[in-house]
Design a binder for this molecule. Structure first.
Ligand SMILES: NC(=O)CC[C@H](N)C(=O)O
Length: 437
């Protein structure tokens, strides 16, 4: 069988292709010379599969799509406190190049607008790194997100620098407020180099997939930034990534996203997929017209809205049975799916409401695929309370989802590989004690 995913992508591109509305960014002369007809889309899964259709291997400059990644690097390099002291996380509801600073502190409102991104660039790398070292750090970091060595388009960079009056003004304003503490011209130049990094739509999808995959590049396996950093970055993308269109985007598309003026657009759906599109004509917000349409379609067709999640908790108790009879009877509670707080709450409620005359209880995880930290703690507390109630508790955990379980104070648990092991042990004990036969 041939996968339908590339066909789906090609169909989606064909649908939006006739839309030639919008205009190329013209404040950077090199971008005004781009081919406006380019169109591409790629999906990268969190296990590293990349699907693409259209111009997915054509290079474009990353522009503002570099902002969330540079923010991630700054957070990883300097820590949350140092970065938050200089750049806020409030949506500005304003255009990307708006001079949007908090009146009291002069702090840029968020890292997705230029004021915040210029400041963020200055926070990449260890403190005291010079302008060149910082650009190196950012280039290395962006490359790690993409999983291949990236380079700067010197032509686009020079073109933007010649017309960077507004960003330079923002830089000097930041310097006057003491948000920047060094030569603002050098910082703006570094930021402009960061924006001029060349990527393909395929690269962008993988960079987004690295965010979707909790900071680990799904192709290279490299952990690029720690998990808490990714959570912070995705939250800021969700609230501020689309500038003054962020609210419409959050409700209608619902995928943490970031756009760039060269026509790129990325979205990262946590745990699922990285998406990228490329089409250079922009709407009045500076977002790619056909990219926005494609994302709307992807979200609707595939249920990719972050607020749309599968109902994990309802089916968590797959079966609740008593196997065997008399002294050999074993109560088996078989769980399934991915276990988090809501799932465990259902398990706790069901176990608490059940009368259990059987001494032996087996909690069967053989059809569970993940147990998060709170679920693990709640599960162990179930074990402890059952022990205190006089039960002999077994954890059926063939995949070792709960390594070295320690139910704590008064709790005891026997880990086995299958329910059959529990039954065999029970029979053995029943025979030994002479209770049966
Ligand atoms: N929205 C964007 O992509 C803007 C990036 C561009 N380099 C700028 O700073 O103006």
């Amino acid at each position: 069988m041939r996968s339908m995913v590339p066909d789906y992508l090609a169909d989606a591109l064909a649908d939006v292709e006739p839309d030639t509305s919008g205009a190329l960014a013209d404040y950077i002369p090199e971008l005004a010379a781009a081919d406006p007809g380019r169109l591409g889309a790629a999906f990268a899964t969190v296990d590293g599969e990349v699907y693409g259709a259209g111009d997915v291997d054509v290079e474009l400059t990353i522009q503002s799509i570099s902002k969330p990644f540079a923010y991630a690097l700054a957070l990883a390099d300097r820590g949350f406190d140092a970065v938050l002291a200089k750049v806020g996380v409030e949506p500005s509801g304003e255009a990307f190049n708006e001079i949007s600073l908090e009146p009291a502190t002069g702090r840029p409102r968020n890292p997705m607008i230029n004021a915040g991104a210029i400041t963020t660039h200055a926070l990449a790398g260890v403190a005291g790194l010079g302008p060149a070292g910082r650009v190196e750090r950012v280039l290395d970091g962006l490359s790690a997100f993409a999983g291949r060595r990236l380079r700067v388009d010197e032509g686009v960079c020079a073109s933007e620098l010649e017309h960077a009056h507004r960003n330079l003004a923002i830089g000097h304003l930041l310097r006057s407020h003491g948000v920047l503490t060094e030569d603002p011209d050098a910082v703006v130049e570094g930021y402009t180099r960061q924006c001029s990094v060349l990527v393909t739509t395929r690269d962008l999808a993988l960079m987004a997939a690295t965010l979707a995959n909790r900071g680990v590049n799904p192709r290279t396996g490299e952990r690029v930034v720690p998990e808490p950093v990714v959570r912070q970055v995705l939250s800021v993308m969700a609230t501020c990534g689309m500038y003054d269109a962020a609210g419409d985007w959050a409700t209608q598309v619902g995928i943490p996203a970031k756009s760039g003026v060269a026509g790129g657009l990325i979205g990262a759906l946590p745990g699922q997929i990285g998406i990228a599109t490329f089409s250079p004509r922009l709407d009045q917000h500076g977002n790619s017209v056909r990219g926005v349409s494609l994302f709307g379609r992807f979200s609707a067709d595939m249920g990719l809205h972050v607020m749309e999640v599968p109902p994990p908790a309802l089916g968590v108790v797959r079966a609740h049975t008593v196997v065997g009879s008399g002294a050999e009877a074993v109560r088996v509670v078989q769980l399934q799916g991915g276990l988090g707080f809501a799932a465990l709450e259902r398990v706790v409620r069901e176990v608490a409401a059940t009368d259990m005359p059987e001494t032996t209880v087996a909690l069967d995880l053989s059809t569970v695929y993940s147990v998060d930290d709170v679920a693990r703690r709640m599960l162990l507390e179930v074990v402890r309370r059952l022990t205190l109630d006089g039960h002999d508790v077994h954890l059926v955990d063939p995949e070792v989802l709960v390594p070295a379980p320690d139910p704590g104070d008064g709790g005891r648990v026997t880990v086995v590989g299958s329910v059959d092991d529990v039954l065999a042990a029970r029979r053995h004990r029943a025979a030994e004690s002479g209770a049966v036969r």
